[in-house]
Design a protein around this ligand. Structure first.
Ligand code: G4P
Length: 525
């Protein structure tokens, strides 16, 4: 690809993830976007594939689910003049560290909120990771076809709970049964909900924000009420600030209903316009690499193993940071300085795993991996050595004690443990006093995958004893006195030999803080 073509291709990329709490409507809105992108032809396609609940650790069930999550891990489509990459952030039982790591590979995030429920726990957790990256966040207040909370209240909550300014891009005219439409501040029009005549879905507004043409809505009290509310917003609300949006300090707020496909396209159009194309990345040596640099480079943010029971392969997900990926190209793995030829890459867009032809900065490629890669690895072509920053560690919330079932299998137990931990499947700790192994994770699935893979890949049955949810807090080694440990705050150390307490609950943590006011406790992201 010539430099100009590369620049052009990179400028068209929009790579983002959707963050939400389960049931807010992430699947439904994704599906609408895929419909606009022509990837699927009818609604229900993606949802229909949900295999339902699985309560057991039956691998086939996980496989089925994860098999799907591979193909839908990255959804790619062309829409208008943009090339869109949506990265899936699995929730529910599939929530894991990979969900967080995926957020390291996107240039923007869309936050879907159920307008009846407001900001919920999982949204908050994911938001924290996105906010820390300083990338733009766009908000879609969903389910407007149902009675929800007051729009002003919802916007206020963004500030109160997430510490981000919300700026309304459109404003609901009613909700639930009384939903009439959206007053679109940016496009100066009213978008009607269920218009009698599809051709007149959009009603233009004049410079004063009033309807230009005669319309029955003029006689509707909702219209006047909306004008009042919008007037108030203009006076007292936050003002649209592109710079703040790009830095993740302000979030544009759109209202709509994914299920009835109302306001989704309006959202998508403006979002794709405002969201940034891939830009430069800062490297470990503090130099920058431009997205349209002629040389290919990228980093691995996720490794998914054994997705297909017939093929024991692993797929390493690479976010391309610069240049162009070509099938069969030679790259260097920065960590080991090993030369690799990238022959086998997979595409995710549809059920068919197609071979990737070429992809550019902003795109994701899946590489078949035989054990070369680790999470956070950089690969690059060309003479300049490239190393992307290490990916952050996330504070685990669930813990398990783990031992091999058969003591004769110690060797393979240790080997499997070491490799799976290195791969980022789970986090490993040791009890400070006894040296016993403790596993940490952010989602239950991580333990299930760990157990299955220990058995299948390392032929080791493990016994796991749940320790439940715990609050992990690191303590400076020089401040540590082993006598601080009690039954309510198990003391362990991480792989870097750093000590941390696993508190039973918030109360136990507070009790500790009161008892040792000079001790500093810290969480990871
Ligand atoms: P998720 O991926 O965030 O978990 O949510 P998902 O899209 O699966 O949506 C969760 C539920 O909310 C679904 O209903 C879905 O139909 C509904 N939903 C999504 N968007 C809207 C909306 O704009 N308005 C209304 N009224 N409902 C919406 P369900 O009954 O749980 O699933 P299903 O039985 O319809 O498949």
């Amino acid at each position: 690809m010539k430099q100009e073509q590369l620049q052009d291709a990179v400028q068209k990329r929009r790579t983002f993830a959707i963050i939400s709490h389960p049931d807010a409507g992430k699947t439904t809105i994704t599906e609408q976007m895929l419909l606009f992108g022509g990837v699927i032809r009818s609604a229900g396609t993606v949802k229909g594939k949900k295999t339902g609940n699985y309560a057991t650790s039956d691998w086939m069930e996980i496989e089925k689910k994860r098999g799907i999550s591979v193909t839908s891990s990255v959804m790619e489509f062309d829409y208008q003049d943009k090339h869109v990459n949506i990265l899936d952030t699995p929730g529910h039982e599939d929530f894991s560290e990979d969900t967080y790591r995926t957020l390291m590979a996107v240039d923007a995030a869309v936050m879907v909120i159920d307008s009846a429920k407001g900001i919920e726990a999982q949204t908050k957790k994911l938001f924290k990771v996105v906010k820390q990256r300083g990338i733009p966040i766009f908000t879609f207040m969903n389910k407007l076809d149902r009675d929800g909370r007051e729009p002003l209240d919802l916007i206020g909550e963004l500030e109160d709970l997430l510490d981000i300014e919300g700026v309304a891009m459109n404003w609901p005219m009613g909700s639930g049964k009384n939903l009439q439409g959206l007053y679109d501040l940016q496009n100066r029009r009213i978008e009607l909900y269920h218009p009698d005549d599809e051709q007149h879905r959009f009603l233009p507004l004049n410079d004063d924000g009033q309807l230009i043409d005669d319309h029955p809505l003029l006689q509707d009290s909702l219209y006047q009420q909306t004008l009042d509310e919008v007037g108030l917003l203009k006076e007292a609300g936050n003002t649209f600030d592109r710079q703040k949006i790009l830095q993740g300090e302000q979030t544009p707020v759109f209202f709509g209903s994914a299920l009835t496909n109302f306001g989704v396209q309006t959202f998508l159009d403006q979002f794709l316009e405002l969201a940034p194309a891939p830009s430069s990345h800062q490297l470990v040596d503090e130099t920058n690499i431009a997205a349209d640099d002629a040389e290919f480079s990228g980093f691995i943010f996720k490794i998914q193993a054994n997705m297909n029971p017939k093929h024991r392969d692993r797929i390493a997900f690479v976010r391309i940071g610069s240049g162009e990926f070509e099938k069969g190209m030679e790259v260097k793995l920065q960590r080991t300085q090993k030369e690799l030829r990238l022959n086998n890459a997979t595409e995710f867009m549809s059920d068919q795993r197609e071979q990737v032809k070429n992809a550019v900065a902003g795109d994701i490629v899946g590489l078949y991996d035989t054990g070369n890669f680790q999470i956070g690895d950089t690969i690059y072509a060309g003479k300049r050595e490239v190393q992307y920053p290490v990916l952050p560690q996330f504070t685990p919330e669930l813990f398990m004690e783990v031992i091999p079932k058969n003591v004769m299998k110690q060797k393979s137990f240790h080997k499997g443990m070491q490799q799976l931990v290195q791969e980022g499947a789970v986090q490993l700790y040791r009890n400070y006093q006894t040296g016993d192994y403790v596993l940490g994770a952010v989602g239950q699935l991580q333990f299930e995958v760990f157990k299955f893979r220990m058995q299948n890949e390392y032929n080791t049955e493990v016994v796991m004893k749940p320790m439940g949810e715990r609050i992990a807090r690191w303590i400076k080694p020089e401040q540590l006195d082993p006598a601080m440990s009690s039954s309510r705050n198990i003391l362990v150390k991480d792989l870097a030999e750093q000590p941390l307490f696993l508190f039973e609950n918030r109360f136990a943590e507070q009790w500790f803080e009161n008892k040792y006011p000079d001790v500093q406790l810290t969480a990871k992201l």
